[in-house]
Ligand binder design. Structure first.
Ligand code: MLT
Length: 304
């Protein structure tokens, strides 16, 4: 019997790939063969000696002590691309939330009361406060051209945006998937300086931590919108706060609410919803369960 310790809710479609006659899957289990998790922070947790592999139902592995695992010979699997469509769609939503002031407008509408005539009057009197801008014709800079970045870039092209992308490690496969209309920026700095919307799609690691810092924010176009559906640590939040307060950024749309940015003007902070669709959760759960099973039963190491 293989024992799998789970730390998060994993979609049933994935758990069903681990047949009950051969797998015991539980949130409390002695001597697990594998750990299966989503966003639980495994750093600081003692990983039992019995563990032979770890699977993350998601792309990022910054919640796992990968270096320690490598030293111990424990492979860490993830599911790159499995939730890319979900994240792509929420980034498009994020651009629209900011460009059309949808959150502020909804707050306003919710504050209204009265009969239909009173509501109509209040709407007509106040809608000038929510005049937005269109995405078509604006420039989107996509930093990081993996599965999500390429999806976002292509979606933005179809919305009529001018799209520029940068990734020092762009793979041939991803380059082929990019619309011909996406131009390549020469560098991160080049991309940041010319975009009306900047969307971050790089993993969090030693090189990317705080990569959007005060210096880079000082060079953004005035009123640019910064979107972060990657990880909080990629931006220097003190610098983001200052850029919002000085109207250098008009909005910061992030999937990671942090104490430093709560209540700051211009922030739209979502509760890590990027990959939270039924489809993405199913895709990730199935992909990761299959990898764990293939490793435990056959010793195969794959990452898709
Ligand atoms: C990811 O790294 O792909 C996401 O953080 C997944 C998730 O939301 O659980």
């Amino acid at each position: 019997m293989y024992k799998v310790l789970t730390y998060d809710n994993i979609a049933v479609t994935g758990l069903e790939r681990l047949p009950r006659d051969r797998y015991e899957v539980a949130s409390e289990i002695q001597h697990p063969d594998a750990i299966l998790l989503r966003s639980f922070d495994l750093k600081g947790v003692t990983i039992p000696d019995s563990v032979r592999c770890i699977g993350r139902a998601g792309a990022g592995v910054n919640n796992i002590p990968v270096a320690d695992c490598s030293r111990r010979g424990i492979p860490v699997f993830n599911t790159p691309g499995a939730n890319a469509n979900a994240v792509k769609e929420i980034v498009v939503a994020g651009m629209l939330l900011a460009a059309r002031h949808i959150c502020e407008a909804w707050d306003f509408t919710r504050s209204l009361a009265g009969d239909d005539a009173a509501l109509a009057q209040a709407v007509e009197r106040n809608k000038k406060n929510f005049v937005g801008t269109e995405l078509a014709g604006k420039t989107l800079g996509v930093l990081g051209l993996g599965a999500v970045g390429v999806g976002v870039a292509n979606a933005a092209v179809s919305l009529g945006m001018n799209v520029t992308g940068f990734d020092p490690a762009l793979t041939v496969e991803r380059a082929w998937q990019l619309s011909a209309a996406v131009s390549r920026a020469g560098s991160t700095d080049d991309l940041i300086a010319h975009a009306d919307f900047i969307s971050l799609h790089v993993p969090l690691n030693g090189e990317t931590r705080n990569m959007i810092d005060a210096g880079r924010l000082g060079s953004v176009k005035k009123g640019a919108v910064l979107l972060n559906f990657s990880r909080a640590g990629i931006v220097d939040e003190v610098a983001v706060r200052a850029a919002l307060e000085h109207d250098r950024l008009s909005a910061y749309v992030s999937d990671f609410p942090t104490a430093r940015l709560m209540g700051v003007k211009g922030t739209i902070l979502l509760p890590h919803l990027g990959a939270s669709t039924v489809e993405a959760e199913d895709n990730c759960a199935v992909m990761i369960a299959d990898q764990i099973r293939d490793f435990l039963e056959n010793g195969n190491i794959r990452n898709s």
